[in-house]
Structures are given as structure tokens and as C-alpha cells.
Design a protein around this ligand. Sequence first.
Ligand SMILES: [Mg+2]
Length: 163
Amino acid sequence: MITINTVAFAGFICVCIALCFDTVCRWISIELRNQNRKKIICIDFDGVLHDNTHTAWKNARIISGDAIMDSISWLHRLIYSLPKDYEIAIFSSRNAAFGGIRAMKKWLFMYGLSEDDIARISFPIYKPPAHVVIDDRALQFSGFYPEVKNIISFKPWNKRGKE
Ligand SMILES: [Mg+2]
């Protein structure tokens, strides 16, 4: 006789198998990517391309701010002026959230990048091994560890001088 416990256990096993399969697929895709790896320019989205100063975060699928001045023309120039062994990755906390990548691609298209331009950008769901990272919420480590007070009082460029 099939009880609720049996069904729950079978469901649990199915979820575990699905998670294992997902993990293995991700490992394989990361390994395949690493084989012919280009140097990655890893660019953050919010606060670097998207102006998030005047809009509160709602969720990964909602992007209600404008483009930061020159961000799209800069990105477009970067896409076509980098040497062939470089690639651009937009890496944001939105990447791993449901609908986040689609929302960013739609937003980039709305602000002037073509589908071809967008196809030249990758949107990894894990932090890629980058040649350089361009992020508004980072302290560059230059051999000296930042003090706790400097970490706590950190503000991104567009929030400095504001409370
Ligand atoms: Mg940011």
C-alpha cells in the first residue's frame, strides 16, 4: 500500500536526483568553458550600467532605472574593440535569479544594443574567472586588507555624499 510517507520519500529522492544532475551539468559546462577560455572582462550590472540610484530594488526581473550616461555606448565600443581573445561577461546577482538574465537582455536592447551585440555578451550564473572586474561595490585588494570601519562605511560611487 502506498502511503503519504512513501510518496513524500519518492518526491525527496526525485528532488535529490534532480539537484545532483543539475550540479553535474554545471560542472561539465564550466569545465567545457574553461577549455577554450578567453580573458573575461566581468562587468557588474546595477550601478555600473543600470542607474539604480533613484529606484529601490524590487526583484531580479524588475529593472526600472535608466542607463548610466555613456554606459551603453561604452559597452558597445568595448564589444567591438576588444581583441578576439577577450570576452565580456555581465555578472550580477540577477544572473542566478529566475528571469534576471532575460530582464537584463531586454533592458540592454531597450537602451540601444542590438540582438547581435547582446549575443556577444555572456551572462554566467557563477562568478567567472575574470581578467578584470568592473563593479561599483568593490574595494580593490592591493596587498593591504581594509579596516573594518572602511568596509562598513563603504559607499558606491553614486551614493557618496548622500545619507
Ligand atoms: Mg552593482
